[in-house]
Design a protein around this ligand. Structure first.
Ligand SMILES: N[C@@H](CCC(=O)N[C@@H](CS)C(=O)NCC(=O)O)C(=O)O
Length: 219
């Protein structure tokens, strides 16, 4: 039996899970959760995940876990044929973990600070301060990628899937990456877009952008 993921394609963390699953050749059973209709606040979903976020994973033995970063490292550790995407080597793993925490604690909150007021509070524009906070994240990534193809070094890892889900969303509709200022980041995004597993990001990125655009002043 395949593990089940509760999702909405538009969610960047969901897309990180879908790219990881595609990269390791794992088929997931998908269950849609309509956040705009409040499905995630219904008692049956709260029983699975009291924090009411997507993605949530229910493995084939009933084990239930949420937070995309935990889900992608769990899936690779359990289902991948090797540890390439999440190395067992302690130092390599520490760098991957640092990048995952960077996504979770630094980049994603910047996206949420822009998108939540637009989705839920009637805000219609992105202010300069928010744009600058995104550029700060771009700047750090530019440095991480200096001399490296991938965000955690010379091997692609789950951290690339985590970060590309959020960076592609920021770039697409909120703060386009300036290739002159952030050449490493720009080239990395292009490299990611060329990978077969990136296909799992595409529909959700479109959905996310359409949704956000529909709530903003014509941009
Ligand atoms: N750190 C979490 C973030 C998950 C998250 O905030 N997901 C959003 C959708 S992008 C959500 O479920 N929001 C609904 C809510 O928080 O009630 C992860 O990586 O899974």
């Amino acid at each position: 039996m395949a593990p089940t993921v509760y999702l909405i394609y538009a969610s960047p963390p969901v897309r990180a899970v879908l790219m990881t699953a595609k990269a390791i050749g794992l088929t997931l059973t998908e269950k849609q959760v309509n956040l705009l209709a409040g499905d995630h606040l219904k008692p049956e979903y709260l029983k699975l995940n009291p924090q009411h976020t997507v993605p949530t994973l229910v493995d084939d033995d009933g084990f239930t876990i949420w937070d995309s970063h935990v889900i992608i490292t769990y899936l690779v550790s359990k289902y991948a044929i090797n540890d390439a995407l999440y190395p067992k080597d302690l130092k390599k793993r520490a760098v991957v973990d640092q990048r995952l925490h960077f996504e979770s604690g630094f980049v994603f909150p910047r996206l949420a600070a822009i998108s939540r007021p637009i989705f839920f509070e009637g805000k219609k524009t992105i202010n300069q301060k928010d744009k600058e906070s995104v550029c700060e994240a771009y700047g750090f990534l530019e440095t991480f990628l200096n001399g490296h193809q991938w965000v955690a070094g010379d091997f692609i890892s789950v951290a690339d899937y985590s970060l590309v889900s959020v960076i592609s969303s920021l770039n697409y509709i909120m703060v386009p990456i300036d290739a002159g200022k952030y050449p490493n980041l720009h080239a990395w995004l292009k490299r990611m877009e060329e990978r077969p597993e990136y296909a799992a990001n595409v529909k959700g990125l479109e959905d996310y952008s359409k949704l956000l655009k529909s709530k903003m002043d014509s941009a």
